[in-house]
Unconditional design. Structure first.
Length: 175
């Protein structure tokens, strides 16, 4: 299916968009398959029962939250070219790390946390499909994001305010 783009002058399309999604980030969970148990037929043979696959509720709800919070900043239409993406995940500070966080000057990373960056970023990319770009395969690089004069590399950080800071840069088709 071809997606028709309205005619919009390049000056109307932003060079980049930056926005914040508030909440506790949830990594992309694997799809679950249930059912498929053998069912006995009338003739005594067994047939594989019906099964279905679903995405866990927490993942679906978090993607919907990202989608909803990103609509206020969305571009006029999904971009067709390459995209550079900067994503910073700010996680809640555990009580056991509070003092160490304060001694660090407020910049500490959650090393060894259970949710890995790949699965966190996948949730964001899937939630923004069709709004900011047509397909997440258009994301060609991850870029740093500047916050309060500091350039932070994409990744996970601790903060008092759980959130995701997202920077989307729209790249020219010709590179």
């Amino acid at each position: 299916m071809r997606v028709r783009q309205p005619i919009i002058h390049e000056s109307e399309y932003p060079e980049d968009i930056r926005f914040i999604v508030y909440g506790h980030s949830v990594p992309k969970a694997r799809a679950r398959t249930v059912g498929g148990q053998p069912v006995e037929q009338a003739d005594g043979t067994f047939k594989k029962g019906k099964s279905h696959t679903f995405t866990p509720k927490t993942t679906v709800e978090w993607e919907a939250s990202i989608y909803g919070q990103s609509l206020a900043s969305k571009p006029p239409y999904p971009w067709r070219g390459g995209v550079a993406l900067g994503v910073l995940f700010f996680k809640r500070i555990p009580k056991t790390k509070r003092k160490k966080f304060e001694r660090s000057g407020g910049l500490m990373r959650p090393v060894g946390a259970r949710d890995d960056y790949d699965n966190l970023i996948k949730t964001v990319k899937d939630a923004l499909n069709g709004i900011y770009w047509l397909d997440d395969g258009q994301v060609v690089e991850y870029i740093p994001v500047e916050i309060e004069g500091k350039e932070l590399h994409p990744g996970k950080y601790f903060s008092d305010l759980p959130r995701i800071e997202i920077l989307v840069k729209f790249l020219d088709d010709v590179m």
